[in-house]
Design a binder for this molecule. Structure first.
Ligand SMILES: [Zn+2]
Length: 133
């Protein structure tokens, strides 16, 4: 795929954050996931009065992308008020599709830091762990 812009991906995550449904936590989150196809899939957190049903923005983006046939990803940007990092569940969900995915963690000003799935989830469990049998 052609070159991509970290700033553009962060901007799309910030825009997706505006759609967040977070009446309980008031912690709105947006995500933008760049697939190797070049397409970008966005997501926001979707909360529920039954708390365990709350879904994170990152996983919404992954589910949208995979449900449209994507399997390979380049980067994910996530935007919150204070630059909060993806939760453990989202780290594992991203790990399913690779350790080298770049993760951009942004705050409400658009400032961000760059990391990777491997850095966020060292020693992770993955499909290769099934290959012992
Ligand atoms: Zn999460």
């Amino acid at each position: 795929m052609k070159e991509w812009s970290q700033e553009k991906l962060v901007t799309q995550a910030m825009q997706a954050r505006e759609h967040a449904y977070a009446p309980y936590s008031d912690y709105t989150v947006g995500a933008a996931l760049l697939a190797k196809s070049g397409r970008i899939y966005t997501g926001c957190n979707v909360e529920n009065a039954v708390y365990p049903l709350c879904t994170c923005a990152e996983r919404v983006a992954v589910v949208k992308a995979v449900s449209e046939g994507e399997r390979e990803f380049v980067a994910l940007a996530v935007a919150t008020q204070n630059g909060g990092a993806p939760c453990g569940s989202c780290r594992q969900t991203l790990r399913e599709f690779g350790e080298d995915i770049v993760v951009l963690i942004a705050d409400a000003t658009g400032a961000y830091r760059e990391t990777t799935v491997a850095e966020l989830l060292p020693g992770s469990f993955s499909a290769t762990d099934f290959r012992y049998r």
